[in-house]
Structures are given as C-alpha cells and as structure tokens.
Write a protein that binds this ligand. Structure first.
Ligand code: GMT
Length: 375
C-alpha cells in the first residue's frame, strides 16, 4: 500500500507512535509518506520505502498565526494526487482530522477518492478536543473519517461520552519494539547512577501539569525515607522549574537527577527498578509500556487507559489520582521484597508482549484494507 501519515513531529507520544508505525510499515514493504512541518523526532536515517514531505508556509506580515491547516491541506492534496496514495492516516484529531477531510473534498472534485483514517491519541479527546472552541469541528471531522481508531478502550469510551460520534471506533493499542526496549545488565551503567546499590526509580514525560510530576517527587521522598534510592526524571516541560524547587525544599537534590530530554530512554529503563506514572489523565501511557518491556514494574494512577496497560497487582499497582501515600507504600512494598519484585518484573514483560509491534502492525494493515474496500 501507499500510505500517507500525518502527525506532530515532536517528542509527544502520538508522534512517536505514528513514526514507529510508519517505519514498521515501511519495513513490511509499504511505501510511507510522512507529511509534517518538521522531520518526525524518531525518523532517523534513510529508508528506501519512506519519503518525508515537509509542509512549508508562505508567511505574510498580516498573519499573527500562519495558516498551518491551509498549508497542510494543500500539501496533502499534492502528495495524495501525485504519489497516488491509497490511504491517508492522521494521528491526533486536532487539527489533522478536519484537514484530512478538507483535502478529501478537494480531491473528490478531481475524481480522486482518498480514504482517511483518524487515530485518536488522548489529549485530542480528553483535554483539547472537547473544549467548546474546538468540539464542533472535532466531532464533525471524526464522523467524516472513513475509519477511526483509538489507542485504548478507555479512550474509545471517552470519545463516545464527549462527542456526538456515530462512527464505529476500533481499538488498536499502541505497540512496542522489543528489539529496542529490553532489559540489560549493564552493571557499569547502573553503578554510574546508583554507586552504592541504591534502587533506581524513573519517570519519563513532557513535564506538563497532567503528568503530576510533583507526585513522583513526593512518592520518592517517602521511598527514600525507607531505603537507599535514586530518582531519574527524564524529559522537560513547563513544570520543571517548580519541580526543581520542590526537590530543594525536600532536601532531595543529591538523590534526584533531572536528565532532560533523552533519545535513548531504553538505556535508562533497562537498568531501572520501578517506573512511576501518577498522571491525572492518560489514554494509554506509552512510556509505562516501554518500562514494562524492560521488565520494570509500574506504579501508576488508575485513570484512563492505564489499567489496560498496567495490570493492578500483577505488573504493578494502580491507585486513585493523588493517592501519594498509597502509591509510595506500594513502591516500598515492591522494592523491599526481591521475590515479589521479580514476579512483577516477569509479569510486566509477559503483559507487554501483548503489545508487540509484530501483534499490532498487522491490525493496522487489516484496518487500512477494510477501510479502502468499503470506501
Ligand atoms: O502525553 C502527552 O501529553 C502526549 C500525548 C500525545 O498525543 O502526544 O500522549 C497521548 O498519546 C500517547 C500515544 O498514544 C498516549 O500513550 C498518552 O497516554 C496520551 N496522553 C494522554 O492521554 C495525556
């Protein structure tokens, strides 16, 4: 198939999933066109089946905001027409679903029908898309997509609850590449982080409010009071400064390392003992899955799709939002009991296998074929 993929090229989960999907499809012989305003963060190196099409803006002093949607729709028309795409797959509904619809209507005038698939990723539904300033367009565009997928059952239900959607939404879970994410026993690496055999806790996110990173620090403070431990905070974002202040106030600077944005998160996960994700909202929690693939049990909230990924009492523990004491108690329980920790490590890996790229990619291929056939 010739597949167009539209996504945010940044470090966010939806862009990562879209890029890894495109790379996986290209490995399986499909021709993949990425259409974005910058090269997707994880698109590295040359692949004979991948083309990157950059959306360029024509700037003008009148614009406070350059009309990205217009430029993207025009680019989509061009790529679909001249590269003869079979399907256009847009990730994150805002604004990609409505832009795809616009391109579809323009192409239709020329007798070209391009089936469109929209994948809902989370905040496009739960935080951003449902706001009154966007909702009518998002509802309309979801309904006009030829196919709609959601990355968890919880997100599927949230979509039906928040939007007037009369479309069937198919759940296709996010996936993981086990060649990249796996446990490793790099003792020297572990020693550099925890020289005296301390336990290693880790959190990875974009440090937005919704991630509740301050709860990670509070959980760690309780763990640290019980046993020797280090905390790795990976990522960056608007909450970072406040967090650094909190670490100073709690006197934990010596044991908490802010590592900023990292490309090779798998190397850090591979030597960690516990992953902490106390989010206020999470449609799936891709980084929790990445941790589980590296045999790292997860302490998380039970919001959104997290309990579909992190099985309570099996691969980790899920608590109600803000239950810092309970999350800390569960973390301590796991870290103090080696036998229990190993049991959870094994279970985390086992459950993560359900989301292997080999299992999930064929689901997307089958879905594209279904959508193309019925269009
Ligand atoms: O978590 C973010 O803020 C980034 C956001 C995105 O769209 O890039 O992530 C969402 O999509 C990911 C990939 O499908 C999911 O794993 C995340 O759970 C989801 N984030 C939220 O729902 C908050």
């Amino acid at each position: 198939m010739k597949i167009g993929i539209v996504c945010y090229p940044t470090y966010g989960g939806s862009g990562v999933v879209a890029t890894e999907l495109g790379k996986g499809l290209a490995d399986r012989g499909h021709k993949v066109h990425f259409i974005t305003y910058a090269p997707p963060a994880r698109l590295d190196g040359f692949h004979e089946n991948i083309v990157y099409n950059e959306v360029r803006f024509a700037d003008y002093p009148l614009f406070d905001y350059p009309p990205y949607e217009t430029a993207l729709a025009s680019k989509l028309v061009d790529v679909v027409k001249y590269d003869q795409l079979d399907v256009l797959h847009v990730h994150y509904a805002v604004p990609h679903a409505s832009v795809a619809y616009m391109a579809k209507k323009i192409l239709l005038q020329e007798g070209i029908y391009i089936p469109t698939v929209t994948t809902l990723h989370g905040t496009d539904i739960t935080l951003v898309g449902k706001q009154p300033v966007y909702e009518p367009v998002v509802s309309f565009a979801i309904n006009k997509s030829d196919g709609v997928t959601a990355v968890s059952d919880s997100l599927r239900q949230d979509t039906y609850a928040n939007f007037e959607v009369d479309q069937e939404i198919e759940v296709i879970y996010n996936f993981i590449d086990f060649d990249r994410f796996k446990r490793s026993n790099k003792e020297h690496f572990r020693k550099a982080i925890a020289p005296h055999g301390e336990k290693i806790l880790i959190h990875i996110s974009n440090f937005r409010k919704v991630k509740r990173v301050e709860d990670v620090v509070k959980i760690f403070a309780q763990v640290r009071a019980e046993l020797p431990a280090k905390l790795l905070l990976v990522g960056d974002g608007p909450e970072r400064q406040k967090l650094e202040q909190l670490c100073r106030e709690l006197g934990l600077c010596a044991d908490i390392r802010f590592l900023g944005k990292q490309d090779a998160v798998e190397e850090l996960l591979a030597v960690s003992d516990l992953f902490i994700m106390p989010s206020a909202s999470e449609s799936f929690g891709l980084s929790a899955l990445e941790a589980m693939a590296c045999e790292v049990p997860v302490i998380s909230t039970n919001v959104g799709g997290l309990p579909e990924v992190n099985l309570h009492g099996v691969t980790g523990f899920c608590s109600d939002l803000g239950e810092v004491d309970e999350m800390a108690a569960n973390a301590i329980k796991l870290l103090k009991d080696e036998t229990l920790h190993q049991k959870f490590q094994k279970a985390a890996l086992e459950h993560a296998k359900k989301f292997s790229i080999e299992n999930i990619l064929p689901q997307y291929e089958a879905y594209y074929e279904k959508v193309i056939q019925r269009s």
